[in-house]
Write a protein that binds this ligand. Structure first.
Ligand SMILES: [Fe+2]
Length: 305
């Protein structure tokens, strides 16, 4: 791989953020788009067993907490037993919404990430966490990327929205506005909540691939749950090493698509003149949506919460 100045910055920045001082993945075989070949035969039986345990634990937590679209789409992936073959999953996804998955070594530079999304390709990390990282992992692995992100790509509206986000990311790079757009991704694609007729539900991948936050985000009285507003989100800082202090709640994916189908340039110009809001901000007049206690979470016939 050619190492440009931008790529060198990318690796240095991420290395500083990571626990071990370097990224986990093997980037030596990646092409210019950071795509690698997924060697499915190299996964060990222990790794498949770990995947199965992760999948089973998380799937049990979904009823009453994840939005129905996510639960229904997850079943279509048929990935409960083994680490998924990304090409095989891509074929099913391609038929549904024209998206495909591409294997990557781990985190990739923003430009490549947005280029993939803008062309209906979702990057999925090829490696799986270690057993001792069952509950928490610093860098996203294949379980987070696949289990958390891929199911919603079967939904046509969400799939279109994510492509538009990718195009928006390429524009944000030109406008030097990436930190603002990153907040939008964080508070929607990673940690978004949705108000449904059945009550609050999660759709963000960071929540749905987490054994703890999936309960916390809906039931805890601690965090704020605020109606989604693009400008509010662009101004709001976030924390990467703790449960969220604020969640933003959409009505449906159509709202998400429509609300970001705008020219962000004037919005960036305005937000750049405003102070960023701390992650736990509550503005005057803002309604804090109550924790979701209405619907019991029924699992195996017993009430869990
Ligand atoms: Fe993610």
């Amino acid at each position: 791989m050619n190492t440009t100045v931008d790529q060198a910055d990318f690796f240095r920045t991420l290395a500083e953020k990571s626990d071990a001082g370097s990224l986990r993945g093997d980037y030596s075989q990646a092409d210019e788009h950071y795509v690698v070949w997924q060697d499915c035969a190299a996964y060990t039986s222990q790794q498949h067993a770990l995947w199965r345990r992760l999948y089973q634990r998380q799937a049990r937590l979904l009823p009453g907490r994840a939005c129905d679209i996510f639960i229904d789409s997850l079943a279509r992936l048929d990935a409960a037993d083994t680490i998924p073959d990304l090409e095989r999953a891509s074929d099913a996804l391609d038929k549904a919404t024209g998206w495909r998955l591409v294997a990557v070594p781990g985190l990739i530079p923003d430009l490549s990430f947005f280029q993939h999304l803008a062309n209906r390709r979702f990057p999925v990390t090829v490696w799986l966490r270690e057993p001792e990282e069952f509950d928490y992992i610093v860098e996203p692995d294949i379980f987070h990327d696949f289990f958390g992100h891929v199911p919603l790509l079967f939904n046509p509206v969400f799939a279109d929205h994510l492509q538009e986000y990718g195009k928006g990311g390429l524009k944000a790079l030109e406008l030097d506005a990436l930190p603002y757009l990153a907040r939008l991704y964080w508070y929607t694609v990673e940690f978004g909540l949705m108000q449904t007729e059945q009550g609050l539900r999660a759709y963000g991948a960071g929540i749905l691939s987490s054994g703890g936050e999936i309960e916390y985000c809906l039931r805890s009285p601690t965090p704020r749950r605020i109606a989604f507003n693009v400008e509010r989100v662009l101004r709001t800082l976030y924390k990467i090493d703790s449960y969220q202090e604020s969640y933003f709640v959409i009505r449906d994916f159509r709202q998400l698509f429509d609300d970001i189908a705008i020219d962000f340039a004037p919005l960036y110009a305005r937000v750049k003149t405003l102070e960023p809001l701390p992650a736990d901000a509550q503005l005057p007049g803002e309604i804090n949506i109550a924790p979701h206690n209405a619907a019991p979470c029924i699992e195996r016939g017993s009430r869990l919460c």
